[in-house]
Design a protein around this ligand. Sequence first.
Ligand code: CTP
Length: 406
Amino acid sequence: MDLPGKKIVLGLTGGVACYKAAELCRALVKQGAEVQVVMTEAATHFIGAVTMQALSGHPVHIDQWDARIANNMAHIDLTRGADAILIAPCSADFIRKLAHGACDDLLSTLCVARPRGVPLHVAPAMNVEMWDNAATRRNVAQLRADGIRIFGPGAGAQACGEVGLGRMLEPDEILDELVASFQAKVLAGRRVMITAGPTFEAIDPVRGITNLSSGKMGYALARAAREAGADVVLVSGPTTLPTPHGVRRIDVQSAQQMHDAVMAGIEDQHIFIGVAAVADWRVVNASAQKVKKEAGGAPPQLVFEQNIDILAAVAATGSVSGWPYCVGFAAESENLIEYGAVKRARKNVPLLVGNIGPQAFGQDENTVILFDEDGHTVLPTAPKLVLARQIVSEIAKRLERRSLLT
Ligand code: CTP
């Protein structure tokens, strides 16, 4: 669970996207959050309070004069002890109200009366022209200046039939943004490049050689680095995984393509993390046409050539400037402690993350060992996202230590 015990006030304002708020509420509860729904009167025209009560498990509050709270001060009591307020959907009019500190209904009053430490996030939902309107842009800029975080909006087809920016983000994207908001921004302002997944080395147009890497660890690291405030680009071999929200992804197939994509963008990166299970060899005599089998004929003879080592090539680019800070992965099938230390030295990287590949490939959990100049540290078995967050924090610690030393 990503939000265990978190107390979230979920505000709904008037907009068709209210139908997505039901799914969002469900997702928040599923992640362990305790959700208190507050709706504006306009929101009740789009979705029933009964639905939101059933999904959140708590009575919904709409009216400022609702006497159900003992002291009759819903605008105070509902945010005391809250971990965050999330307005989704947030209409253009409600953005205007927030920008001006309006207190003319329960939800707006509650936002103004929130304690200083309770963050307020909004997921705008409106027509493309409304989002682009000068007044809305002014109001959104004011919200940002006031420290209110804006989730989205997304672009695409809108309920009104027009197309463009203004759609509310999907519930899973809003959930990712909210989860990210609770993570320490230890990589704020850093640019991170990550390789992930397997590579695919062609034999002919329909056949090739690949490996069992699922890409899960690399994708989890991309998400964790983005949650930590970094600008992340993911160079990915073939996987079936969705791109983590807010991460730029470049798809490649072969080791050579991965190398070329990495080298084309490495220059301004602060951190490089090589998680991909890069094929060590490619087929030199790959056929341009499908290889046909002939009755009784000899099997094809494949000739291999070693692929370039991407991690070592990147590490070599940083030998003078010290950037990017390089992190390698080692997938071993035995002798992890011995091989990991040797591999870190051979690849010339300050940090190497070792795991027993065959056990970890495709799994949701992993056990890893960190190798650095001081020796090795075991990170106990945990979901890959939890490990990814720990690895990100370990990288940040080492960067900080390094900047203190220079
Ligand atoms: N790596 C790379 N380019 C390659 C091979 C590996 O960038 N051509 C990177 C991987 O992404 C990983 C690290 O090097 O970060 C170690 O990969 P691994 O497959 O464990 O090691 P190899 O270098 O292939 O060595 P060996 O096959 O001897 O274990």
